[in-house]
Design a protein around this ligand. Structure first.
Ligand SMILES: [Zn+2]
Length: 446
C-alpha cells in the first residue's frame, strides 16, 4: 500500500487511484526561456522516482508535463536576441529534454505546449467569463477568486487574510476587483499574440495546466505535482478554475517537493550561485547526481555542497563497488549465477518508498543488502547463487531510483591477467602481484 503526503489535506494518506491499476499524473513543467538549474532537476527526479515506484508496485502510469512556451520572459528574451519566441522556446525545450536524458528520467508520455493548446485555453476562459467566474476589464480577463468558496484549499490560506495582507501593498493593477484576482488573458501589443473574444493578447500562466489536464487526462487526476514554490498562487489558481467550471477538485493528491540550496543558501540570480543541471550531471555523472538528490526526503530541503557531494560519492561507491566485485569474481570463476533476487530485501526497500517515498530509509535497506553481499563475497568458497540474489536485489532497488548498474565486459586477456595476479599473490611474489594489480585497475577490472 502506497501512502503519500497530500498538501491539500496536510496528511499522509493511503493512495488509491481513481481507475483501478492506473495512475494519471501531471507535473507542472518549465517556462522555456533559460536552461534548467539544479532546482528544476529535483522535481524531474522526484516524480520520475514516483513513477518508477508506481510501476514497480504494478500500476500503469500516464505522465503528463507541459512546456510553458508563452510568457513575458520568453518574449523579452526574443526581443533581446532579435529573434522569435518560437526560436527561444525550441532552444530551451531541447535543452530541457537533454537534461532529462542526462538524468536518466523517462520522457513524460505527453508534453503539451501552450502554443498548441491555444484554442482550448481561449474556450476555457470564455466559459469562465460566461459563467460569471471571470470578468473582462479593458481587454484583460481576470478570474474572480471570491467566486470560488474553496479558494485557499491547496495552500491553506484564507482569502480574507490574504486580502488584508495585500491591501497594505500598492496595487499596480487597478483593474482588478480583488488583489488576488489573477489574469486569465492579457491584452498586449508586444510580442507573440492571438485573437480572442476580448481582443489580441495572450493567456496568463495559470490556465494552461488546467486545460492540459482536462484535455489529456480528464477532469480529475490522481496526482498533481510540482515544486513547493508552485503551491501558491499557481496550484491554488489552477484548482480554483476547475472548481469554478467543473465543480470538482482537480487532483486527489497534491504533491510538492522542497527546494534546493547551494552551500546552504537559496539559489538566486543576484547571488550568482546558480548550478545548471547540465553542468552538474556532466561533472558528477548521472548515478551520483540521482543518488544525491534522492538521499534527502523529497519534502526536506536539499543542499548541494562539496561536502554533500563527497558523502554521496562515498555512499554510492559503497554500493556499486561490491556489485562490480561480484560481477568480476563471477565472470572470472565462470559461474552461472541466477537471475533471481532476494525478494524479502527488495520488498523491504519498496515498503520504505511506499511510505511517502522515504528514500533515506530505502537507502538503509540498500546498505543492509550490500552488507549481506559483502559477507557472501568474503566466503572462502563463494556461493554465486547467494551472491547473485543480493546483487540482483540491489540492482532492482537502484533501478527504481533511476540508477543503472553496468556489467563489466571481461575479455580473455583480462581473465589471464586476473589468474596471474592470483598466482603471484599465492606465491607471495608481491612485486609481480602489484604489476598485475595495476594493469587490472587500469582496465577497470579492479
Ligand atoms: Zn501548472
Amino acid at each position: 500500500m502506497i501512502r503519500l503526503y497530500n498538501s491539500k489535506t496536510l496528511k499522509v494518506e493511503e493512495f488509491k487511484p481513481i481507475q483501478e491499476g492506473h495512475v494519471n499524473m501531471y507535473v507542472c513543467g518549465p517556462t522555456v526561456y533559460n536552461h534548467a538549474h539544479i532546482g528544476n532537476a529535483r522535481p524531474m527526479v522526484v516524480f520520475d522516482v514516483l513513477k518508477r515506484l508506481l510501476e514497480a508496485e504494478g500500476y500503469t502510469v500516464t505522465y503528463v508535463s507541459n512546456f510553458t512556451d508563452v510568457d513575458d520572459k520568453i518574449i523579452n528574451k526574443a526581443r533581446e536576441e532579435g529573434t522569435t519566441e518560437q526560436v527561444i522556446a525550441e532552444r530551451y525545450i531541447d535543452a530541457y529534454r537533454e537534461v532529462r536524458r542526462l538524468l536518466n528520467t523517462e520522457e513524460p508520455d505527453i508534453t503539451p505546449r501552450v502554443t498548441e493548446t491555444m484554442d482550448e485555453i481561449i474556450a476555457f476562459i470564455d466559459e469562465l467569463v460566461k459563467s460569471g467566474h471571470a470578468y473582462v476589464a479593458d481587454g484583460d480577463v481576470y478570474f474572480s477568486v471570491e467566486s470560488v468558496p474553496t479558494y485557499g484549499e491547496i495552500s491553506h490560506q484564507k482569502l480574507d487574510q490574504l486580502e488584508a495582507g495585500a491591501s497594505e501593498r500598492v496595487e499596480e493593477n487597478t483593474q482588478k476587483k480583488d488583489p488576488y484576482d489573477f489574469a486569465l488573458w492579457k491584452k498586449t501589443d508586444m510580442g507573440i499574440k492571438w485573437n480572442s473574444p476580448w481582443g489580441e493578447g495572450r493567456p496568463g500562466w495559470h490556465t494552461e495546466c488546467v486545460v492540459m489536464i482536462n484535455n489529456n487526462l480528464g477532469e480529475k487526476i490522481d496526482i498533481h505535482g510540482g515544486g513547493m514554490d508552485l503551491k501558491f498562487p499557481h496550484h491554488e489558481n489552477e484548482a480554483a478554475q476547475q472548481e469554478a467550471l467543473h465543480g470538482n477538485s482537480l487532483a486527489n493528491f497534491w504533491i510538492h517537493n522542497a527546494m534546493v540550496n547551494v552551500d546552504g543558501v537559496k539559489m538566486s540570480k543576484s547571488l550568482g550561485n546558480t548550478l545548471w543541471a547540465k553542468d552538474v550531471v556532466q561533472n558528477l555523472g548521472t548515478n551520483l547526481t540521482r543518488w544525491l538528490i534522492s538521499s534527502v526526503h523529497y519534502r526536506k530541503e536539499l543542499n548541494f555542497s562539496d561536502e554533500t557531494i563527497a558523502t554521496a560519492r562515498k555512499e554510492l561507491e559503497r554500493v556499486l563497488n561490491p556489485i562490480h566485485q561480484a560481477d568480476v569474481k563471477q565472470a572470472m570463476a565462470g559461474a552461472a549465477g541466477t537471475e533471481d533476487f532476494d525478494h524479502a530485501e527488495y520488498r523491504a526497500f519498496l515498503d520504505c518508498l511506499d511510505d511517502d517515498m522515504n528514500t533515506p530509509n530505502a537507502y538503509a535497506v540498500i546498505f543492509e543488502t550490500i552488507k549481506k553481499l559483502n559477507g557472501a563475497l568474503r566466503q572462502r568458497e563463494i556461493d554465486y547463487v547467494t551472491v547473485d540474489m543480493y546483487r540482483n536485489a540491489v540492482e532492482k532497488m537502484l533501478n527504481v531510483l533511476g540508477i543503472t548498474v553496468e556489467k563489466p565486459v571481461i575479455t580473455e586477456e583480462d581473465k589471464e591477467l586476473y589468474a596471474k595476479w592470483n598466482e603471484a599473490k599465492k606465491a607471495k611474489d608481491f612485486a609481480s602481484a602489484d604489476i598485475y594489480r595495476a594493469k587490472l585497475t587500469e582496465r577497470g577490472i579492479l
